[in-house]
Write a protein that binds this ligand. Sequence first.
Ligand code: ADP
Ligand code: MG
Length: 249
Amino acid sequence: MADEKLVGDIIEKIKRLYGNEGPFPQIKREVIQEYVMDEAIARVEAIGRMRSSTFTIDRYNRNAYENVIRWIHNDPEMVCMDPRSRETVRGNLKAGLFISGNTGSGKSWLLDIMSVYARICGFRMKIGDRIMSLSWTNKRTDRICDEYSDGNSIMQYKDRKIIGFQDLGSEPVEAMNMGTRLEVMRSILESRSDDDTLVTIISSNMRPCTEKFMNRYGERVDSRIASMCNYIELSGPDRRRTGYLDVVK
Ligand SMILES: Nc1ncnc2c1ncn2[C@@H]1O[C@H](COP(=O)(O)OP(=O)(O)O)[C@@H](O)[C@H]1O
Ligand SMILES: [Mg+2]
């Protein structure tokens, strides 16, 4: 009995000090709303066709688009891939996304198009006591390095609650500012991986949990990336190549 009172007292004190969310804020997603996958795909295709009349969701990218749709809708049916074992695993709806695939497989377009879809869906998420919309801006990693070299702070990329990094791995390993060399993306990802209230969305030609990825971004990032992000692979030939449309049909 005395123990219960003791625990009750301390919880009360903590709530008074930190608010109802407590000292360790977490991500909360909105309760799932009914949706029909085929209708969602039709909406995504309509957005894609605003960019190019040849935009298609086909057998190579359908799985990726569907699972990003599930992620946006907070649908527990979402699945992704374990980057180590390559097995299909249940998605973590509080983690971000890591879209991997060969050059031209459509990774950057997927992030661009799905960020528009997320924005029009208007879902919200709660991070600690802050309510924010589930939408994000995509930033190319080489541009972030240029910003650093131009003398700008990269703090916003470490702190922003939800952000998309396009083409991770295409940026120079180091950037220089006033004589200081910095592995800009490694530093940003290290910092974000320490905070599980941040949502990180990535497109990359690289595969995490490989020696190449670990050498580039360090052990700390490599070991945390699988829990930070839902890993999704895009397959298929280079969509930039002419004749691609003949290949898929
Ligand atoms: N779903 C799609 N349907 C048709 N064409 C696409 C699609 N996604 C991408 N593309 C085409 O392929 C090109 C490469 O896509 P992009 O997303 O830049 O590839 P990645 O980032 O994987 O290298 C785009 O410029 C576009 O012309
Ligand atoms: Mg790209």
